[in-house]
Design a protein around this ligand. Structure first.
Ligand SMILES: Cc1cc2nc3c(=O)[nH]c(=O)nc-3n(C[C@H](O)[C@H](O)[C@H](O)COP(=O)(O)O)c2cc1C
Length: 224
């Protein structure tokens, strides 16, 4: 699918998910484009049956389902890089990283999600669920999930536009993204949960995230 261009002449409208962790980046995973029409539960159904899942089966999720979950979270859907989830001033201060453990055809590792390109870029190989669980108050569901989507806040441009309100706005945006993710998981028959109980500094150290990004929210998905 042809992706919409970014707004011209606005150097700030950089896709916020462009990887900034400088590391070995050799592997790129192009995610399947979600089908425009599909048979599935209605939005009302998903709202009715969605529940947080804390137990996942030790089975992989497909790449197609992973693509649909990430697309739902904040995939590109409009001209100028507009996304599924709303963003104050269309700044998109939330960056997305995927800790892949059991996604069919994907090397376990830590990836950045590029919403504009609809792809994952490998930053570091390896399954980090156990360490991540420790940084999330020992919550065992982290060790069981097929993958985790980590949302971080990058406030630089948002602070210029909105001052002290930037972190508050970013937290709201995490909520939008998280709800999209959880409802899509429900539609796909997968389990999902959002975890706020995490130690941001421990997560930053573990994943060697840039200083100007704050780990905010961890979304898990897996088979149930
Ligand atoms: C911002 C946020 C943070 C949360 N953090 C955690 C968490 O760290 N651990 C956990 O087990 N559940 C967490 N939850 C899930 C809630 O416990 C759950 O949504 C609540 O019990 C209602 O259940 P339901 O989601 O199944 O409707 C979080 C939910 C939200 C919205």
């Amino acid at each position: 699918m042809k992706r919409p261009p970014l707004i011209a002449n606005d150097s700030q409208v950089v896709p916020p998910s462009v990887p900034t962790v400088r590391d070995v980046a050799t592997e790129q995973v192009t995610l399947p484009v979600p089908p425009a029409v599909h048979d599935g539960p209605t939005l009302d159904d998903c709202l009715r049956i969605r529940r947080s899942s804390r137990n996942f089966l030790a089975e992989p999720v497909s790449l197609a389902d992973t693509g649909r979950l990430l697309w739902a979270s904040q995939g590109c859907t409009g001209l100028g890089g507009l996304r599924t989830a709303p963003s104050a001033g269309a700044i998109y201060p939330i960056r997305s990283y995927v800790l892949a453990a059991a996604i069919e055809g994907v090397t376990p590792g830590f990836y950045s999600y590029d919403a504009d390109a609809g792809s994952l870029r490998l930053l570091r190989k390896g399954d980090r669920r156990r360490s991540l669980a420790r940084a999330a108050a020992g919550q065992t569901c982290v060790e069981e999930c097929a993958f985790a989507l980590l949302l971080t806040g990058w406030y630089k441009r948002a602070v210029r536009e909105f001052g002290d309100a930037a972190p508050r706005l970013a937290a709201m945006e995490c909520g939008h993204i998280g709800q999209n993710f959880c409802l899509q998981a429900t539609a796909l028959g997968l389990g999902a949960i959002g975890l706020g109980r995490l130690d941001p500094e421990a997560v930053r150290l573990l994943l060697r995230l840039p200083e100007d990004e704050e780990p905010l929210y961890l979304l898990l998905a897996g088979r149930i």
